[in-house]
Design a protein around this ligand. Sequence first.
Ligand SMILES: [Zn+2]
Ligand SMILES: [Zn+2]
Length: 821
Amino acid sequence: MDNYSFNQIEEKWQKYWDDNKLFKKDEDDSKEKYYALEMFPYPSGKLHMGHVRNYSIGDVIARFLSMKGYNVLHPMGWDSFGLPAENAAIKNDIHPNIWTWDNIEEMKVQLKQLGISYDWDRELATCHPSYYKWMQWIFIQFFKKGLAYKKKNPVNWCPSCQTVLANEQVVNGACERCDETVGKKELSQWYFKITDYADRLIDDIDTLDGWPEKVKLMQKNWIGRSIGAEVTFKMSDSDQTLDVFTTRPDTLFGATYMVLAPEHPFVDDFVKGTAYEAQLEAMRQKLAVMSDIDRSATTLEKEGVFTGKYAINPVNGKKIPVYVANYVLMGYGTGAVMAVPAHDQRDFDFAKKYDIEIIPVIDPKNEDIDLNNLQEAFVEEGTMINSEDFNGMNNKDALEKIITSLEDKKIGSKSTNYRLRDWLISRQRYWGTPIPMVECDQCGWVPVEDENLPVELPTDVVFSGKGESPLTTSESFEFTACPTCGGQARRETDTMDTFLDSSWYFFRYADANNPDEVFDKEKSKYWMPVDQYIGGVEHAILHLLYARFFTKVLYDIGYSSVEEPFTNLLTQGMVLKDGAKMSKSKGNTVSPEDIIKQYGADTARLFILFASPPERDLEWSDTGVEGSFKFINRIWRLVEELKETVSRSCCVVQLDDHDKEFDYVINNTIKRVTDDIQKRFNFNTAVSAIMELVNETYKYKEIDKAKVSQLRKAVNTIILLMSPFTPHVCEEMWANVGHVESVYSEPWPTYDEKALVKSTVEIVVQVNGKVKDKMQVSVDTNKDVLEKEVMANEKISNAIGDKNVVKVIVIPGKLVNIVVK
Ligand SMILES: [Zn+2]
Ligand SMILES: [Zn+2]
């Protein structure tokens, strides 16, 4: 038999869904809402398998819940500002706008070919003025709330290309375009004060019960809140003081040296004209090309340079040397740390390397540890020693007391510190949202007035890849009138970090086409929060943190009804081939286009959903794809063979035991598939359950007493249960067995609890305690009837022979034992 013609079928139903706007949803108070959202893509040109996986997972959830009766919002759009479009402009002389929209066009066609149930009427693109107008409006709200400010900050600068480089354009310290060593340049840039929200962002993580633990932990670590003390150290040879932050004030008496970040403002003065100056410069050269993340890695080889200076430990007056080290970051705390080698492993390693004194101040009271010759830092609880008045206390108790004593002497205070920094949002790029601010000599920085939004990207820009910001090359853009005094003013020529665009798009979907407002509050209240958000774990830190931050600010200004945007989060695994992530550079990619051409979208979806649970990585397998295709064909043939039979009207008939067994399988499959999708997103086991039902149906139809009503029930159930996974072929089969409405409009099948109780039960029959036979009997068979049936069993009567039956022991539902003599 030929394979089913997926090409024709898929095209037919995609057109049907489009023409009938089947997935278009509006607010409807009579139904419970469900907001299913996949992270929107960057329009790079073609979908890859990671996209297919992401959207297929979302589509099963959206289609399933819609059939369960929810009013499901399932939108899609484009995160369409960004560097690749600009690079294409420089390289191929094509305007980013044209490049981007061509790509969107192409990817939209591919998404439709996958048959994902999107409400395309809510489509948005962040590069469209109708979207970035509201991005600019939001920026202004942040500015008005005091959450946006300007500050000087060094950027990566290629002296040869004469341009600012993004971190990802710096490869091993060199410009990716020309290989020149990258330097730094100070520029005045815009920041968002996300640190104002640090406590709320960290505290509310505990309310996110529907998030993976590992993502919550990553968020917490990124914010990095620690409670401790700030302590002031005096320099030994001047009145200068250094403030340090420590989470371990209990170890203060054990501080034997200090370490500064290479960027600390005191450092240059300290080493000027000394032998240490050149060493420090060499260290800075090395660090210039490293990210903060690399510098805080535990695997980093710790390196230090002595400054020739000493500080005074304020609690015991000891003179301690001051070092500069590669692992201390200016952005964390004060850029200066006190080092306690006896009780911190990093400090211990550093002290050993540079031969610095190690003074233990906490006694482990453990004979195995020689305090005078520590082999590693002791980081657990213990009793205070070498700490004057605090000796003998437990170190946890001493911690609070030492802080109080520092406060009394005015040399320190309790303090909370965060790893989180304010968010640098300026980009010296063209293809991003223009920052809607103008600078006037009289009035300073002034926001553009609402009626003049959007500030549109000018088209007369030169893409040379040179200069600070491409917008400065536009003759029409830079100069404007000051909104406040009307005098001549300059527009901001930087654009926004594209992470801003994706920090609120889920709100805009609720009211995507509103020209008058960022979104309608009532509509957002109906749809938000997102019930299920799905995307790659690579977005687990920044994107989710920024989205949470925006949501809280929108809540504070009265636009959001919720403080957290995503109730449940699913981070899907990667798609691997030959054990490695699919990537063009490795040459191990499989194009979704090719698979769709060869097998159809339903097969591509089914393979991806069946091969692995969503959170796990998925290994691509050609035989797995072939297997999925064969399975769809097996269902197709079953339905083709039975379609005449099952569309006949038929009488209600009495079910015999065999029919009841089959009825159990049907009901149990519905229960298993429903639970697997709803409770666990275990699509692979859901599909396995459907496969078993298909097998049982093949067997059942061969028995001549098979009932039409049962076959019809089985076929309908198979099609309905499969429809979230393979929607096109299910629509076709649903129509073929005589239904008029789309399978998507059908309610999800329910199961009958009663049918899940098995109708027969196996009874073990023994004679004198030895098993002679097993019998299937109806579960409601009473004692007397059971005894009669057993006695009528030929095997049993043979086993009894001519002996006398002394006693019959009956345990209903389990066992009959006949005692004979
Ligand atoms: Zn360069
Ligand atoms: Zn002015």
